[in-house]
Write a new protein. Sequence first.
Length: 223
Amino acid sequence: MSIPGIQDLYDLQETVAADIFRGITYPWEVLGRIKEFIIELGNSLPEEKFEKRGENIWIAHNATVAPTAYIGAPCIIDEEAEIRHGAFIRGSAIVGKHAVVGNSTELKNVILFNGVQVPHYNYVGDSILGYKAHMGAGSITSNVKSDKSLVVVKGDDRIETGLKKFGAMLGDHVEVGCNSVLNPGTVIGRNTNVYPLSSVRGVIAADSIYKDAEHIVSKMWFG
């Protein structure tokens, strides 16, 4: 499986963070730049649409944020997003338009494109989730290898990322089943579904159904 680039995975019209991806090939290349990008972008956001709360936190006026949610800086919460009771945004997070961050969900160093849903007991760290990607209850991105070695993306080729912390890159419309683990360096192509209770690693093709590592079928077979 070839390793997809940014244009293969994401519709850049569906994020306020489109500029961070300009001029690079693979999305994980931006992980080390998210914090600084948020601060730069936040200071340019229109005051008629966004309120600055505290230092380097920008929240759209029409976003819904529960009073019990924790939002750490820097952070941008875009228009009509919903941050529910008990959400924990540690910082360096961009939450797209109409996105949902739910109870006991933790975000750290992430970009959520518009329409993303991480609504129940999710951990999403050092990851990028494409337009309308959805993570089922209890599914997480594991962002550090157990031996603490640097993450390698493994497809037909191997790309050494030089990163110790790298969760998952989910393309547009990816559906991750409940209680699944996306291991460090996972890249999932557009429109792919992952069965519940899966342990996923490596590169998974677009338009697939991931049952387990030995059973990945193309949706094209079903016409």
